[in-house]
Design a protein around this ligand. Sequence first.
Ligand code: ARG
Length: 569
Amino acid sequence: MKKMTDFIESLLKDAFIEAGLDESYGRVSLSNRPDLCEYQCNGCLSAAKVLHKNPIELADQVVSTLKNSSDFESIEAVAPGFINIRLSGKALSFFVKQMASEEKYGVETEEKKTIIVDYGGANVAKPLHIGHLRSAIIGECIKRLGAYMGHTMIGDVHLGDWGLQMGLIIEMMPDGPVSIDELETIYPAASARAKEDADFAEKAHQKTLLLQSGDPECTEKWNRIMEVSLADLKKNYNRLDVHFDLWNGESTVNALIAPLIQNLIDKGLAYESDGALVVDVAEAADKKEIPPCIVRKSDGAALYATSDLATLEQREELYKPDIYIYITDKRQAMHFVQVFRVARKSDIVPEDHRLVHIGFGTMNGKDGKPYKTRSGGVMRLEELISDTEDAVFRKITENRDISEEEARKTSETVGLAAIKYGDLSNQASKDYVFDLDRFTAFEGNTGPYILYTIVRIKSIIKRYRSESTDMFTADDILPYNSLSEKKLELELVRYNEVMENAWHELAPHKICQYIYGVAEAFNSFYHEVKILTEEDVSLKKSYLAKIELTMNVLLDCIHILGFDAPEKM
Ligand code: ARG
């Protein structure tokens, strides 16, 4: 389905041609002065410059051929040469009706691509903390958005399950069964001890090398760690409603490391430097120094970059993805520049397969420092979730009669929305402040506010259906009757354009911006217009069809963002 801006633009372009001007000047955008108009075209200003003419005269000329168009409520030339546009009720309702009858409300399915999203990235035997929370939330959203656009999305958790961290745990781990709580205390203890005790550090290092070369005893311990840790990780990711297609990790590609390194040497790319093996990746156009990528340390151990390269090789072999999207803390940006460049130079990834890294900022506390627990420790994901649920629980039980059980269930749904929306509504690369009170508020730009709006619409429709058997459909949609209704329509019709943009820019915050606008427009409409008590039956059905579309669009969006709406709240 056409996008609203394209539709208006096509009308403008014809008018520019009729006025003897090039159609490329007929570009239309959403108005940045909604008090003056809804859409605008600034093309006459640039045309006038090139042609040495008076912009307002050109604008007058263009507008004159569109004055009587039934698609515009008004179209006017305004000094110094803008064209201000307001849509007619007919054009808007036609568009809204079409949206309501399409499967994805006007969003077009794209030509299918295979895309790997590498997100989550938890390290086994360590508690999930907030750095991994952001990767999980953003990655899950990107994956769902890509699928909505029609692509085959493959999500891989790419666990940190190899290397020195495992050697450290193995060295300190007792024989016999071990619990996740024990594991989580072993790692920090072992890593602290390695810093003070050179002998211990060396033993852990040896265990790492033994593990990497397949030693049965180390492998047995590693398997035990994995079993316990995976069960815990799966539980936590499920709770976040984050689901992976692949549970691979750094260990998955261990066998590929040695031949990969040999290949880099044979190609003349990898060479020895201070005992380590490195690949130069600097390019003439670089604005800052890009150091060589180390693929093997002097002690023979492989590194993070090596396992990422081997993983690329494996993914090419198995999936030949058109696009790779990695989601990590932005402090890993240099790592990905290096890895991507080695992958290109060594032909591990062909030129036409895109490599993308989304680096996100830090989640801070109100003090502007990385979010901590009340006692100052690293915040565990579970704790963050339960704090949020408790805050929501207090709000829903405050002035209402609701069973404990129902309130708990609702708090889980709403709490998750609060966390995810709070995160995704910020541009990913920016740091943000996790503000429990603000994120769980039922008013303002929050997840709970969006859910509240959806629940409100659900209940109106439910009430109507319980009182009437007369159905309403997209065909019942009529031109708007009031300004607040028009504003709602104007928000709604941007849907396909917003989703396409959000996808191409991999920018979930644009979806949040959009649904906040839709929710606000709906709520103003709801407060101004009586829907169920409207006596004119055809008007009432038109309202219902429009609010149902509003609800469906919001539902699709929140599902892409990664959360659901409760029945009541
Ligand atoms: N385990 C890593 C970390 O905790 C993140 C992994 C990201 N993915 C990747 N392919 N490097 O920082």
